[in-house]
Design a protein around this ligand. Structure first.
Ligand code: ADP
Length: 328
């Protein structure tokens, strides 16, 4: 009996020993998959941290100073720069000096000048991206400092060189911001005017196609036409246009030019002009040099005057001229 019991106990012991070993090995094997996953956690954690950082940076931004109280509906689009002098905050150097310029409703004014002459700064003062040190800017006779920021910016459309696009559908990218409630018919009409319908129709899901992070799936010309469609949809009386410097292929160029023509119609337009065709067609050309207006006039008159514009024209637009003559 004693022997039998010992044997049974022995078997049980060995059995349980095996059991523990098996369990241990099984547990070890089962650990490998979560361990592998654990090594991948760091990558997504880092991505999340980077994203959180940029989100919180934006949340922490101070909201724009808006002391304006006057609300206006749709402006006619008259703009007056009245003795405007400006330097960037925390910079001593004066960037614009005593700018006096009146632009009539519907007029197209091309800002021309060498790099650093102050064209972008002058255009950026209009939507009140910065405050003036001295002088005033008026929209329809209202000092823009007195206007509510929303009221001012509802009247201005901005088409700049860097088109910001969102990782969303084509339709959502055109109707965003104040126009996010725009109906499909409105969006489509803006797209037709911006010469963008054709390429959007060719996309796999048309207006519902996802354009990827910052529109990676679009060409330069297509991005610009989306930006123009946005501005057409916004339908503001004042347009600030920073023409793209990078060359497009001639097919895209033709479409973008046609889209811009549609956009500029019946709007007061301040264009930072890089293309000779835009400059030649402007109602007036304002030539800036080291932050001062040095010449104002039409293309032919300024050329004939033989001043700074004529010099700029010789060095900057000669190639453009040759191209347009080749094309003619
Ligand atoms: P343009 O558009 O004619 O090339 P800008 O208006 O960009 O000229 O620049 C005019 C001057 O202002 C330049 O000397 C430039 O260095 C300076 N400037 C532009 N932006 C800033 C800024 N954010 N802070 C400080 N200085 C700036």
């Amino acid at each position: 009996f004693k022997q039998k019991t010992a044997y049974e106990i022995g078997v049980r012991l060995v059995g349980s020993e095996m059991c523990i070993r098996d369990r241990f090995i099984t547990a070890m094997l089962m650990l490998t998959a979560p361990l592998k996953r654990l090594t991948e956690v760091n990558a997504s954690l880092q991505r999340g941290l980077a994203a959180a950082e940029s989100v919180f940076e934006l949340v922490d931004e101070q909201s724009e100073d808006d002391r304006g109280t006057v609300e206006i509906a749709r402006a006619l689009g008259r703009i007056d720069f009245d003795n405007v002098t400006f330097s960037y905050p925390a910079h001593d150097r004066v960037v614009l000096t005593r700018i006096n310029l009146s632009i009539a409703p519907g007029e197209t004014v091309a800002l021309v000048g060498s790099s650093g002459s102050g064209k972008t700064t002058l255009a950026n003062l209009l939507p009140r991206f910065y405050h003036l040190q001295s002088g005033r800017i008026l929209l329809d006779g209202h000092d823009i400092e007195n206007l509510k920021l929303a009221s001012l910016r509802n009247n201005i459309a901005l088409v700049s060189q860097d088109v910001v696009l969102f990782n969303d559908t084509v339709a959502a990218n055109i109707g965003y911001g104040s126009k996010r409630d725009a109906g499909m018919a409105e969006i489509e009409a803006a797209t037709v005017a911006a010469h963008a319908l054709e390429f959007i129709r060719d996309m796999p899901q048309g207006f519902n196609t996802q354009i990827g992070e910052n529109g990676v799936r679009l060409s330069g010309g297509q991005r610009q036409r989306l930006a123009i469609a946005r501005a057409i949809l916004k339908d503001a009386p004042v347009l600030i246009l920073d023409e793209a410097t990078s060359a497009l292929d001639s097919e895209s160029e033709r479409h973008v030019q046609a889209a811009l023509d549609a956009l500029m119609e019946n709007r007061t337009t301040l264009v930072i002009a890089h293309r000779l065709s835009t400059i030649e067609r402007a109602d007036r050309i304002v030539v800036l040099d080291k932050g001062r207006i040095v010449e104002i006039g039409k293309h032919a008159d300024l050329l004939a005057a033989g001043g700074i514009y004529a010099h700029l024209h010789r060095i900057q637009y000669a190639q453009d001229r040759a191209d347009s003559e080749d094309g003619a």
